[in-house]
Design a protein around this ligand. Sequence first.
Ligand code: FE
Length: 211
Amino acid sequence: MDKEVEEQVKEYVRSHFVDDASGHDWHHIERVYNMALKIAEKEGADRTIVGIAALLHDIGIRREIECGLDHSEYGASLSKKYLLEIGFDPSEIDRVVEAIREHRYGKQIKPKSLEGRVLQDADMLDAIGAIGIARAFAYGGARGALIYNPTEKVENYDPFKVKSTITHFKEKLLNIKDRFNTKTAKEIGLERHRFMEKFLEEFYNEIAGER
Ligand code: FE
């Protein structure tokens, strides 16, 4: 990957996310970027496409939280415009943009390209485990969600419906382990999944007054 272009994109993304308190801060982007490159290496995916797509994958998230726009669609068009502006190799732009468009878990589709699947896996890994737990409550807070609502029904996950964060675990986060595309992510994901199960077990024990 061209180091100078990579640094330029990093700087652009960092400035976008510096004050984010919804769990989509710069450190989320950086973790997804590092994890995506690690998976790309093991799975033989294109490093440049994966790296640039990972850096830009959540660029549309604020508009989703503020006005309900789908961040993968909006982020894909914003990224295309930006990459054209900075003179990124035009033959690679569509591959980056497609990976961003398809990365969203809630779309229930398997990304067509290996690069898209790697990005989706890296992003899903950051939604589970200890980091995932911390991010889930931050995201819930940013959207005005309750921590826990025992009367709430568990349904099929709808990213545009705000539910309590504990319900969010049941509708989405606990199902992620079955959605990984690559063997590499599946292995890392299983450990993180078990940690979330332990957390929820403890949560319910405390709620029940057993601890
Ligand atoms: Fe993300």
